[in-house]
Design a binder for this molecule. Structure first.
Ligand code: NAD
Ligand code: ZN
Length: 340
């Protein structure tokens, strides 16, 4: 079958032919319809330090997808051939304490689809049936293809109550923008989004940010003054992984504020801890999505009218994958979909 793989230990990604994956007793065989390019795929493309340490050369990449069940192992129940599915890309062990207690997102033995094991940039994908999510008919294929990053946004945004609260989101990447849309949808008051990329800030505005701030040109504290926010933000969502953005967030929080951190800093990051201590801040790290509560929330948010369509800025046939990666790497895009 056709697949996009990391064939060489150098920047790039290559179309190749690999054998169809084998279906184990508890697995589903999924025919891939659409995939989306994740920031992680761009890291793997660029072959940065993290990729070199974690990704085996030869790996079929990709973990954002929608497809159709075309086969299954003999132990699988609850799925039928023809079901439309997306899937949780974190394969958990099932035997550690957190897994056994139902806190699968905290599994210490997680394996990543398209990172540590064969991924979804292929004609067929095999995953444990446990990881698949059957899609309601009113979730379109385009939306389903981005459930993985949408789930990062939802898991982060729903960590703390936002109703009528002032929310700061640092980083208007696809995930920060979707988080802004969720914050608006669930009834936040001010949803302020920062970035240094005007294209993305415009998209954030279109999708629910009440105010956007290009921090390369304008200071966040001035904007807060203009908005009459003397006391600071109630909730912060860190979605850039940029140390200066996180430091600005700490300074802008009200006392008792709550921060959820999704963005991954490139290395150790120093902060002024007195901001955390004297303000009594609560900080929560976010990894992946809750299995599977976040997935039900995603479907429910769309069914209750959340419109994510504008986040998909490009739709390309798979043969134009190189163009898709170039667009993602340029920063001048929301999500890029590749159709198989
Ligand atoms: P992205 O790289 O597309 O977005 C990051 C954004 O931050 C970019 O638009 C960039 O311009 C912006 N930025 C740069 N400097 C800034 C500054 N000083 N202030 C504010 N914004 C600034 O990433 P994404 O795909 O939207 O993901 C968001 C973050 O979450 C990334 O760090 C990613 O690695 C991380 N992530 C974490 C998990 C997890 O499970 N914890 C999962 C997926 C992604
Ligand atoms: Zn586990």
């Amino acid at each position: 079958m056709k697949a996009l793989a990391k064939l060489k230990a150098e920047p790039g990604i290559w179309m190749t032919n690999v054998p169809e994956p084998e279906v184990g007793h508890n697995d589903l065989l999924i025919k891939i319809k659409k995939t989306a390019i994740c920031g992680t795929d761009v890291h793997i493309y660029n072959w940065d330090h993290w990729s070199q340490e974690n990704v085996p050369v030869g790996l079929v990449t990709g973990h954002e997808y929608v497809g159709e069940v075309v086969g299954m192992g003999q132990e699988v129940s609850g799925f039928s051939v023809g079901d439309r599915v997306s899937g949780e890309g974190h394969i958990t062990c099932g035997f550690c304490r957190n897994c056994r207690a139902g806190r699968r997102h905290l599994c210490r033995n997680t394996q990543g689809v398209g990172v540590n094991r064969a991924g979804a940039f292929a004609e067929y994908l095999v995953i444990p049936a446990f990881n698949a999510f059957k899609l309601p008919a009113d979730v379109t294929d385009d939306m389903a293809a981005i459930f993985d990053p949408f789930g990062n946004a939802v898991h982060t945004a729903l960590s703390f109550n936002m109703v009528a609260e002032d929310v700061l989101i640092t980083g208007a990447g696809p995930i920060g923008i979707m988080a802004a849309a969720v914050a608006k949808h669930v009834g936040a008051r001010n949803v302020v989004v920062t970035d240094i990329n005007d294209y993305r800030l415009a998209l954030a505005k279109q999708m629910g940010a009440s105010t956007t701030v290009n921090v390369a040109q304008e200071s966040l504290s001035e904007v807060m003054e203009r908005l009459g926010m003397a006391e600071g933000f109630d909730v912060g969502l860190e979605m850039s992984g940029v140390p200066s953005a996180f430091r600005a967030m700490l300074e802008s929080m009200n006392h008792g504020g709550k921060i959820a951190m999704l963005g991954i800093p490139p290395e150790q990051m120093g902060i002024d801890w007195t901001q955390v201590i004297f303000k009594g801040l609560e900080i929560k790290g976010i990894y992946g999505r809750e299995m599977f509560e976040t997935w039900y929330k995603m479907a429910g948010l769309i069914q209750s009218g959340l419109d994510l369509k504008p986040i998909i800025t490009h739709n390309l046939p798979i043969d134009e994958f190189q163009k898709g990666f170039d667009i993602m790497r340029s920063g001048q895009s929301g999500k890029v979909i590749l159709e198989w």
